[in-house]
Design a protein around this ligand. Structure first.
Ligand code: XIL
Length: 376
């Protein structure tokens, strides 16, 4: 048996080794020795120890077709969200048809591995099927929306942690009342479409935490501050009208060239807490399109953003889930044309490199999770 002194010495060496490893990773990027991030060293194990949910957006075809991807996802996450598989475009090949294959794959994978699932999403102005424009009218929009929500939320009733019921309804640039986004739902159903979607979702499945999800509400830049205010006003109104809403999702698509999120977002999270609402970091990644320097310099800058942002967010007791938008740079939407780097190099925006080795962002995220105070 180890004496207490021996035990402390071993523990101290272990801690020093991991601090060194971490420093090495953050400063130099890759070297030959890849730190072990499995088991007790995984992000998931660290999050479990702090009562936090951590996870990522996933693609069903990769879960079934690529064992290395599936292994990484299940090792590092305790919650998953479909990147596209629960959107209208994926679920609704025709007005009278549903295709649940991708969504079912994800829910089955999560259940087989004991992981939770967030639903994303029931109502959005993007990823609308091609048939929509010719089929949905002012006369039938309300019925088509509620039928969709009843069918989809009904199918997964009792199985989901949360639902992004409405995604991105606010866009103050539109100039419309209350900063509402110009969306087909607003035009066809009217401004009460948000309330309608939430009420219908609650009726279809009382279990999941019903979430309003939006982006560009993170920094203190004037346009983001204005948008955050509009989101707050929307949520406040919903609460006043007795609309069932439990959480707000802060997408958190951060950009290296933007100011770091700070007071405005912190105050927002605290106001939501006063209203009894939770906050989830739902789609975290760091767009480094504009970042110059060597790969290790870029990695260090990206890791710093992960560290500072997640540390700030998990310090708030009502923030209890952090999901990244993907897990590996191999499959990130940020390699699409809109976000391509001018030098043509791939984005290094997620916790795992394209070859599935952990990036400095992984260690930064894990350290940030460890700053969560115990007992909350
Ligand atoms: C993105 C996916 O990552 C892409 O694969 C797809 O082509 C477009 O949608 N906000 C959201 C997500 O709420 O659903 C979006 O996902 C990214 C922005």
């Amino acid at each position: 048996m180890k004496t207490r002194r021996e035990f402390l010495r071993v523990a101290a060496v272990g801690a020093a080794a991991s601090a060194t490893q971490h420093l090495w990773a953050e400063q130099t990027g890759r070297t030959a020795a890849v730190p072990d991030v499995s088991g007790a060293n995984s992000l998931q194990a660290h999050a479990d120890a702090h009562g936090l949910l951590v996870g990522c957006a996933v693609v069903p075809e990769k879960l079934t077709g690529e064992p290395e991807y599936a292994g990484l996802v299940s090792a590092q996450s305790n919650i998953l969200v479909p990147e596209n598989a629960m959107k209208w475009k994926a679920l609704r090949p025709a007005p009278d048809k549903f295709n649940f294959s991708g969504a079912d794959t994800i829910v089955a994978f999560a259940s087989a591995h004991g992981r939770k699932v967030r639903g994303h999403n029931l109502c959005w102005h993007v990823a609308i099927p091609d048939w929509f424009a010719a089929t949905v009218t002012k006369d039938n929009a309300r019925q088509i929306l509620t039928e969709h929500i009843r069918t989809v939320a009904g199918r997964y009733a009792g199985k989901l942690h949360s639902w992004d019921v409405v995604n991105e309804a606010i866009d103050p640039k539109s100039g419309l009342p209350n900063g509402m986004r110009k969306s087909p739902w607003l035009e066809l159903v009217g401004p009460d479409y948000v309330d309608l979607a939430f009420r219908t979702a609650r009726e279809a499945d009382p279990a999941p935490l019903l979430t309003y999800n939006d982006y560009a509400i993170e920094t203190d830049a004037p346009d983001e501050t204005e948008k955050r205010e509009a989101v707050l006003a929307l949520v406040r109104g919903m609460k006043k009208r007795g609309v069932p809403i439990d959480a707000v999702g802060v997408q958190s698509h951060l950009k290296t060239q933007n100011p770091a999120p700070g007071k405005g977002l912190r105050d927002f999270v605290r106001e939501l807490r006063q209203m009894g609402l939770r906050v989830f970091v739902t789609e975290l990644d760091v767009d480094e399109k504009k970042l110059e320097g060597s790969e290790s310099e870029r990695d260090a800058a990206i890791a710093r953003i992960y560290r500072d942002y997640v540390t700030m967010m998990v310090a708030e007791p009502n923030v209890d889930a952090v999901l990244t938008w993907g897990i590996t740079d191999r499959y990130t939407w940020l390699n699409g044309p809109k976000w391509a780097r001018p030098d043509g190099k791939p984005q290094r925006c997620l916790p795992f490199y394209a070859d599935y080795e952990p990036a400095p962002a992984f260690f930064a995220l894990r350290d940030a999770v460890d700053t969560r105070l115990a007992g909350r």
